[in-house]
Design a protein around this ligand. Structure first.
Ligand code: NAD
Length: 351
């Protein structure tokens, strides 16, 4: 079972080392037979290959059992013509990782605004309002004059249906409640299409309680009644924004895992950015990448029928939570004193 780490930029290499230490331990404890390798994406790849991610690496990820991607500093990349490709977007599109799974769960004992929150946002990952994902060629953003900028949003019938079907399947395994988030009252064609396809997918799953909310109302409801939600499905940018809101409510952006899923591949990815302000100081919190790895182990276990991988996901999750609950074993962002690497060792001890 091949595991490929792509550390990325900024704090990426630090949180990757911590995550790898923990995964090597669980591999040893449970004799999982994992084989770890690492390859550069982002600035390290730009220096070596002239591009932030190579086509060869994308193919290697396609043929790897499990890939763990650190954050990438896209804001500081050169233009695409000079090699500055967003590795995260390139992998999502080329491998058709159409569902971005982002759980937000409050952890008792940690500062949280929503002690009973336990929800998952499933965000469409391959289209929507992202200029690099809307066109066959060229970009979805144009400036016809120096005073006018236009951006195009792409919503397809198939893209909407498949992500909603995925979310409905997930809801069926959880508390059987699905919320479809949209803005069909204004974007009647595009969000209307998303809503109609999502309702169709939810009805075919059967046995679910289904409701829909406008995205602006949802931003309030997440704060007012967070425990009313189980699985939420929405379009790309709405999901990006709402999942950060939910993560922060549950305890912080550094605490939420994220998994990009397609029919064949999945990539664990930290849900935060490359945090250039704290890079190189060994003070970042690696929990987001660790919890993303939990999601990946569980996905691979389900995909392959390997219960030992699912068991590893449960044990790893428990060790992370145990470490977080102890005020002595927290990183600085959670008012603790541990470095990033020492947090990794603390999780390893708890395993
Ligand atoms: P960011 O998430 O990197 O940082 C926001 C704030 O949160 C900073 O103060 C940072 O220090 C802190 N923070 C983030 N992760 C942390 C962690 N694990 N532990 C402790 N503190 C943490 O967001 P930003 O500053 O807006 O973006 C920086 C770069 O990351 C940009 O180039 C942006 O494009 C990129 N980005 C990448 C991804 C991704 O790779 N998936 C996601 C978002 C942003």
């Amino acid at each position: 079972m091949k595991v490929l780490f792509l550390p990325g930029d900024g704090i990426g290499p630090e949180i990757t080392v911590a995550t790898r230490t923990v995964l090597e331990q669980i591999d040893h404890n449970l004799s999982l037979g994992l084989h770890f390798t690492e390859e550069g994406v982002g600035f390290s790849s730009l220096e070596k290959h002239g591009v932030t991610i190579t086509p060869d690496l994308i193919e290697r990820v396609r043929n790897t059992d499990m890939t763990i991607l650190g954050p990438v500093d896209t804001a500081h990349y050169p233009p695409a013509e000079q090699g500055g490709i967003n590795p995260s977007a390139a992998l999502r599109i080329k491998l058709d990782l159409y569902a971005n799974v982002r759980p937000s769960r409050a952890i008792s004992g940690l500062l949280t605004l929503t002690p009973s929150m336990d929800l998952v946002i499933v965000r469409e990952n391959t289209e929507g309002f992202y200029a690099d994902r809307t066109m066959f060629a060229g970009t979805g953003e144009v400036m016809p004059t120096e005073d006018l900028a236009l951006a195009m949003r792409k919503v397809t019938r198939g893209g909407s249906y498949r992500v909603a079907a995925f979310a409905a399947g997930l809801a069926a395994k959880r508390r059987k409640h699905l919320t479809i988030v949209h803005k069909a009252n204004v974007l009647k064609l595009s969000d209307g299409l998303f809503l109609a396809e999502a309702e169709k997918a939810a009805a075919l799953q059967g046995g679910l309680e289904v409701r829909d909310e406008h995205v602006d109302a949802m931003a309030s409801l997440l704060i007012r009644t967070p425990d009313a939600f189980d699985v939420i499905v929405t379009t790309n940018m709405f999901g990006d924004i709402l999942s950060n809101e939910a993560a922060e409510l549950a305890g912080g952006l550094g605490l939420s895992g994220s998994l990009n899923v397609g029919d064949q591949n999945a990539i664990a990815q930290a849900s935060h950015g490359s945090a250039p302000d704290i890079a190189g100081q060994d003070i970042a919190n690696p929990v987001s990448l660790l919890l993303s790895s939990v999601l990946l182990l569980d996905w691979k276990g389900t995909q392959t029928g390997r219960s030992d991988l699912q068991n590893a996901a449960i044990k790893l999750d428990a060790a992370i939570i145990k470490t977080l609950k102890n005020p002595e074993t927290r990183t600085r962002d959670l008012s603790g004193n541990l470095s990033c690497s020492d947090f990794g060792k603390a999780v390893t001890d708890n395993l």
